[in-house]
Design a protein around this ligand. Structure first.
Ligand SMILES: [Zn+2]
Ligand SMILES: [Zn+2]
Length: 244
């Protein structure tokens, strides 16, 4: 079985990221993962503010710089690293898989769109669009926002959430027939278990697993769409629990 992290952040590109690309990649490799998606906060979200003074294309270069460093580290460490993006709208977040740096450079207009225009536009361009932790509540979120007509699916397990929020996401996915993903929203590399415990959450990471190895984001998207990926939780002792 092959296991993948689908949702993690690195420093300095994500302002809230606490672990470097190096620490993050080494942690997942040591922990036995086959691959990780780096899903830092995009230009519409909690990107490091030092990027904001740059012209658009240079902001995109900056945005992908942690991912590119992670790819280099992963290549020597022996773990695959894939690109993802986390978009934001007033604390509501979306994971975007399947578009590359050149695509974002060619499409600065996305920053001017409201999310109900932008998300279908990304889907049209070939992206897999997933609403991350749809039932998250936090002091900076005025109210829960759902976009049922603008996504392929939802993140039904985000291990950096109160568990009830995941159960609500599962009900939402079931009712709407959505695709499902699971991920950790890891901002801390190998310190994730400690931080989760401090936050009062279960000390587990979440991810997606498959019997077949993936070699590209396209393989991942195809696997999520065909149902060949399953969600899993993993604890500090590397005990894996698979959810169907
Ligand atoms: Zn963050
Ligand atoms: Zn995130």
């Amino acid at each position: 079985m092959y296991i993948y992290e689908t949702h993690c952040h690195t420093s300095p590109v994500s302002k809230c990221g606490k672990a470097s690309a190096y620490e993050t990649v080494c942690f997942y490799k040591q922990f036995g993962y086959d691959g990780i998606f780096i899903t830092n906060h995009f230009l519409d979200g909690n990107i490091n503010p030092e990027a904001r003074v740059l012209p658009y294309c240079e902001q995109i270069d900056y945005y992908f710089s942690d991912y590119e460093e992670a790819v280099r580290i992963g290549a020597s460490a022996g773990i695959k690293v894939f690109p993802g993006v986390e978009l934001s709208c007033k604390g509501t977040d979306f994971l975007i898989f399947g578009l590359d740096k050149e695509w974002y450079k060619a499409h600065p207009e996305i920053l001017e769109m409201k999310k109900t225009e932008e998300l279908p536009y990304l889907m049209e361009a070939g992206a897999l669009v997933i609403q991350a932790h749809p039932y998250r509540e936090a002091h900076y979120i005025d109210h829960i926002r759902l976009f049922p007509r603008s996504v392929h699916g939802v993140e039904v397990i985000n291990s950096n959430q109160a568990w009830g929020a995941n159960e609500m996401a599962e009900i939402y996915a079931e009712q709407y027939g959505f695709l499902r993903t699971a991920g950790s929203d890891n901002h801390w590399g190998g310190n994730a278990f400690t931080r989760l415990r401090e936050k009062g959450f279960r000390p587990e990471l979440a991810g997606m697993c498959s019997d077949t190895e993936i070699n590209s984001v396209g393989d991942f998207i195809a696997g999520v769409k065909s149902g060949s990926f399953r969600s899993f939780l993993i604890d500090e002792n590397k005990k894996i629990t698979i959810r169907e």
